[in-house]
Design a protein around this ligand. Sequence first.
Ligand code: MLT
Length: 395
Amino acid sequence: MMKIKINENFKKIKPSYLFSDIGKKVRTFSSAHPDLKIIRLGIGDVTLPLSPCVIDAMTKAVAEMGEKSSFRGYAPEYGYDFLREAIARHYERFGVSLSPEEIFVSDGAKSDLGNLVDIFGDNEILIPDPVYPVYLDSNLMSGRRVRFLAANAENGFLPLPDESLTGEGYIIYLCSPNNPTGAAYEKNELAEWISFAIKTGSLIIYDSAYEAYIQGSAPHSIYEVEGAKECAIEVCSLSKTAGFTGTRCAWTVVPAGITAGGLSLSALWARRQATKYNGLPYVVQRGAEAALSDEGRKQCMSLVAYYMENAALIADLLKKKGIWFTGGRSSPYLWLKCPGGMGSWAFFDYLLENIQVVGTPGEGFGEEGKGYFRLTAFGSREDTEEAVHRMEALL
Ligand code: MLT
């Protein structure tokens, strides 16, 4: 019998991760009905191949790895200079000036969002509800105190600081455009959070993984808003922009001037990464550099445009059926109210059993998501059309 103690905080989280639960339900259904074609519009996983310029760059990098003279071993923990510089140039597109030293490359926004908890102590954590489950789970795993910011139809799914927040030193998670609702903060709204954070000595952790989907005037980076460099860390990724879900590349920006407890957050994050992370593969970093070039951004934006056409097909159907929804405009996700007052998981089962379309139950993203459902536009065109066709007949 084991005599070790476990991290008791794991008892506070749900026994399995949202997308693992869904995967399991779908596998069970599929083995009971092997002849039925399931259309997966659940997890936000991309389906289009990498762009040609990314493939070219990675192919050249593979050849370099096969030559003694250009072979590379461990990559620098924070990313090669060429990629950190390419990311800094990418931010210039939004009028944001960053030094490459403020950019820390990694293998995923999910990893960074989970790992950032390591550098903080026992602060009160503010997390929008509903939102990407990683913020909550990773804070619970470390025994942090979490308070939710209700995001609902009344506030346009964009909670703002209010008089109920009387404390100080909060860690505030913001995701814009939001996963799952697709709501995106405008500059004046982010300015409210920034001024609240500065006033209360709080830190914002800003997830901009879906920035490429923004249509309209919402900022692509929190640093477009004055004051953000004093109080915000930003995490971004190439997963949804450049189709890197299986290739992996993300980064975290920790502005040089942010200090807490007498230490620079950037130095703390650097220390954490140097100890626990060995750097992203050279080949992938060359692919990422290409994706961020002018030609790469152009090619990636055509992937984004394709997915947004899928979103429009789903949106048209929902409108036609009179089903309330939001998202699908600055986001690859459509967030709908389950028809007939059905619960999120009941609607999940209803779609899976009757038409074999898989989505994500809203309550998997938080209590406020009860009665809502998320559909992703990341499927192939054929699958999206087929799903729309099936839903048209069922709903
Ligand atoms: C989602 O479906 O919410 C995302 O794919 C999850 C992720 O990006 O890790």
